[in-house]
Ligand binder design. Structure first.
Ligand code: AMP
Length: 212
């Protein structure tokens, strides 16, 4: 089977990171995530300033910076799960010009649920596994169950920045979801189920659409 090319859409906190990790394990695809790439290069000087300035305000990093990251990552990947991109209509157009997608999935979660998920989120600094202090705590507080690494809270998971990110999502990224819905390729998945239930739906949608 050719490795699938999957686009995973959803608001911040919808569960894209968690489901992406499972897709990587199951289908052997690359995880291409602009958020992680930008966090690793927060202080990189660009003609627009550093990514940090935009990220700390909950704003989008300028398109040329993220487009370049995505183009480089996709050119090296056979199959992939793309997570956190495209986030506005001009990024959709750019993506359209550089690759074809097998599956476009949207994890639907009500806005009222997102803030609680984001502000309680903890991430492993070594392997990237995601936890939640209340909904999905690690066995030992602050320690990753999977690799023993330290868990940290992202700078932009504070309530104030989380609210700005959701506002940015509503203004810039919801039109992206509408674009794929109108095109008829969007598979909407109930992202408020348990992570295992979401995974059942994600797996089925990708397996059906992957090249045999
Ligand atoms: P994430 O980890 O996907 O929540 O992304 C964290 C932050 O990185 C966002 O709030 C943006 O500031 C920036 N970012 C990530 N992906 C993009 C993108 N496709 N376009 C612009 N900015 C992005």
């Amino acid at each position: 089977m050719g490795a699938p090319r999957v686009l995973l859409l959803g608001a911040p906190g919808a569960g894209k990171g968690t489901q992406s990790r499972r897709l990587v394990e199951e289908f052997g695809v690359e995880h291409v995530t602009t958020g992680d790439a930008l966090r690793a290069n927060k202080d990189m000087e660009t003609e627009y300033g550093t990514p940090r300035e935009f990220m700390e305000a909950g704003d989008l990093v300028p398109d040329p910076v993220v487009n370049e990251i995505v183009e480089a990552a996709l050119s090296e990947a056979d199959g992939f799960v793309l997570d956190g991109y495209p986030r506005n209509e001009s990024q959709v157009e750019y993506l359209d010009g550089i690759t074809d997608l097998d599956a476009v999935l949207y994890l639907a979660v009500a806005e009222s649920e997102l803030i609680a998920r984001l502000t309680g989120r903890r991430v492993c600094e070594d392997c990237g596994a995601n936890y939640h202090v209340e909904f999905n705590p690690p066995e030992e507080p602050g320690v990753c169950d999977e690799c023993g690494g330290d868990l940290y809270q992202r700078d932009d998971d504070t309530e104030a920045v989380a609210r700005d990110r959701i506002e940015t999502y509503r203004e810039s990224t919801e039109p992206v979801i509408e674009y794929f819905r109108e095109k008829g390729t969007l598979v909407e998945i109930d992202g408020e189920q348990t992570p295992d239930e979401v995974w059942t739906d994600v797996h089925e949608a990708v397996a059906e659409r992957a090249d045999p």
